[in-house]
Ligand binder design. Structure first.
Ligand code: CP
Length: 365
């Protein structure tokens, strides 16, 4: 294995690929900044004058794309980008490296969503400007987690000592994985993981909970588990990640939060959802004071404003990367970006004696 050069673009840029590499101090710094912006937004309206954000969305989005665009506009900057790669030269076969290299020459910061795991990380190798991961397949969605923790901090007043129920598609829900990884770093959080057996959290997430000494339980009953939660985080079943429609049909509508189940919850429990909602929360709950999912999306915009400012302007806000090396073996995960972009270097890191792909975090050998 040879070391990646210290001087590579990858090492020098500040990117947000995975919240896991941030310390709790860095996370708290983003939250503090978001709260300051919320209190006096007018003070920040020229903070990014002359700066350009590129939003490259290879997958559909409402909230993440538009909240990033709004965030940059509110900071005085401008935006470019696409929300359908088929309207760009991707439709002519342009590879990721070329697209990102070109856009890195136009924009000051890039926000990217892509169906392949590890795409934001791959983009960071070529962009020359900070890259923000807006969702890479079923892997991670760190700015949704930022949205969630800004909401928790504002609405519960803390990120520790919480009993958090997470319900729905815990296998494919990238927001779930990012949220658990982040909240596991804070003291005395416990988790109730509510799902069918088929859609339970991946083992690597259980490993993280155990490594951090977090209490957790697996449940298949929302009605039973809702009673003593501080936070209920509902998620939709990720239809687009299923191999067949038949498989999806067996999983949809298994867990639905309705008025009857909510009547068993604590008065100060809050309901979050990354959205979009499909059927998993009935619409008649929207007016319940505990239903905070629409407010949550607004908090997300302030979190993204804070993140853009810290990545572009705060020299001390250095987001470190993992210790990466070049490996002779290729990642075997068919959903990894390396499966479709063969020129990418085989980057890996060591974890508990195993060699992990640096793009998708799956085991290589
Ligand atoms: N929560 C979320 O990522 O929403 P969008 O898919 O609409 O961006």
């Amino acid at each position: 294995m040879e070391k990646i050069q210290e001087s590579s673009v990858f090492m020098e840029n500040k990117n947000l690929i995975d919240l896991e590499v941030l310390s709790t101090e860095q996370i708290d710094k983003i939250i503090r900044k978001a709260k300051k912006i919320m209190q006096k937004p007018s003070e920040y309206r020229h903070s990014c004058d002359g700066k350009i954000l590129a939003t490259l969305f290879y997958e559909p989005s409402t909230r993440t794309q538009m909240s990033f665009q709004t965030a940059m506009l509110k900071l005085g900057g401008r935006t470019i980008g696409f929300d359908n790669p088929m309207n760009s030269s991707v439709s002519k076969g342009e590879n990721l490296k070329d697209t990102i290299t070109i856009i890195g020459g136009y924009a000051d910061i890039i926000a990217i969503r892509h169906p392949a795991e590890g795409t934001a990380m791959a983009s960071s190798l070529y962009a020359g400007v900070p890259v923000i991961n807006c969702g890479d397949g079923g892997h991670l969605h760190p700015t949704q987690t930022l949205t969630d923790i800004v909401t928790l901090s504002c609405e519960k007043g803390r990120l520790d000592n919480l009993k958090i129920g997470i319900c729905g598609d815990l296998l494919n829900g990238r927001t779930v994985h990012s949220l658990i990884k982040t909240l596991a770093k804070y003291d005395n959080n416990s988790f109730v993981l509510i799902s069918t057996k088929e859609l339970s959290v991946p083992l690597y997430i259980i490993d993280i909970l155990e490594k951090n000494g977090c209490k957790y339980e697996l449940s298949n009953s929302l009605a039973e588990s809702v009673k003593d939660l501080d936070v209920l985080y509902m998620t939709r079943i990720q239809r687009e990640r299923f191999a067949s429609e038949e498989e999806y049909e067996t999983q949809k509508n298994v867990f639905v939060l309705d008025k009857e189940k909510l009547s068993k919850a604590k008065d100060d429990m809050i309901i979050l959802h990354p959205l979009p909602r499909v059927n998993e929360i009935t619409v008649d709950i929207d007016d319940d004071p505990r239903a905070l999912y629409f407010k949550q999306a607004q908090y997300g915009m302030y979190g993204r404003m804070a993140l853009i400012l810290l990545l572009l302007q705060d020299e001390e806000f250095f987001i470190k990367s993992k210790k990466t090396e070049v490996c002779e073996h290729k990642c075997k995960n068919p959903n990894c970006i390396t499966a479709n972009e063969p020129y990418l270097p085989h980057l890996c890191y060591e974890k508990k004696g195993m060699t992990m792909c640096d793009f998708c975090d799956k085991r290589i050998y």
